[in-house]
Design a protein around this ligand. Sequence first.
Ligand code: UT7
Length: 314
Amino acid sequence: MEGIKIISTGAGIPSKVVTNEDMSRIVETNDEWIYTRTGIHERRFCGEGEDCLSLAVSAAKQALERSGIEKSEIGCLICGTVTSKYASPSTACLVQKALELPEDIPVLDINAACAGFIYGLEVARGFLAAGEKKYGIVVGVEELTRVLDMSDRSTCVLFGDGAGAAVIKAEEGTLYENCLGAKGGLEIFIEGVGSEKSTVHMDGKAVFKFAVAAIPKVMNTIFEKSGKTIEDVDHCICHQANARIIDHVVKKYNAPAEKFYKNMDRFGNTSAASVPTAMNEMWEKGMIKPGQTLLLVGFGGGLTMAGALLKFEG
Ligand code: UT7
């Protein structure tokens, strides 16, 4: 089977830092409540001139520049997002235009909520396997502030904006195993096009319960399919929704906590952007080395769940 590996990463990080104290001036909340329940101290919101599209362009551009790959070699562009600026055209088509990528390649957005980047990797793998070109760009981007109800303290303190991207390479025989699924359900939802309002609604407890079961389910499936174990994984990068969810997984696998990166303290939950921005931050800090094995795990709206075990080529 033709697998995929990560060649390079990039990010589009919004300029506006919003602390828990800032949030406490908007809704009745405080740093103690937010931090102990979620591990979040602050998040980034889009500032002047920033939006879902500009963040996606920055992330994809940075990943492409770092890859050293010619634009003509890119065979597909996939954006995972639930907050595209336009319902049509897709964010991906506008990123394609901004980066002047080839016109004869598949370019589309996918909606798998917080699992969007990992779903995007598999969609890109499929396109690359079917085509001639071997490189693709996958982006996870959200401007969640466009859909936050700033009077609902149970949701508005949790989320942030951001974008992360990766250039991937399809290669015969490279380590790649994945698990994609969905349970269905309206435990988290955002009203669609034509609705009077469009805001995030979430039954936090139900999603928490789902997450702590879904992550090990995805991981175990991948370990079974690949014959690998948690010991074979250098870094496990989970969706950054809640530190307590990740702690739960660490405990379940009796794994070293350092294997499970966390950065929700500074970025909050950025949905589809959380896994690729965390991966990019780790690479920038020199934590991810060429040849290492990554396990990416996401879960979220739709009650989607996704995981990918793959190599970072660097
Ligand atoms: O990316 C999608 C994936 N999403 C997730 O993974 C989210 C998963 N769920 C969670 O992370 C947690 O369920 C939350 C962090 C959302 C909530 O934590 P919780 O421990 O389940 O808290 P709770 O919902 O039980 O809220 C407890 C109390 C309530 O007050 P009463 O009714 O007990 O008096 C809330 O009204 O906390 C209150 N509350 C707040 N208090 C201060 C809710 N939001 C806030 C707030 N500040 N921001």
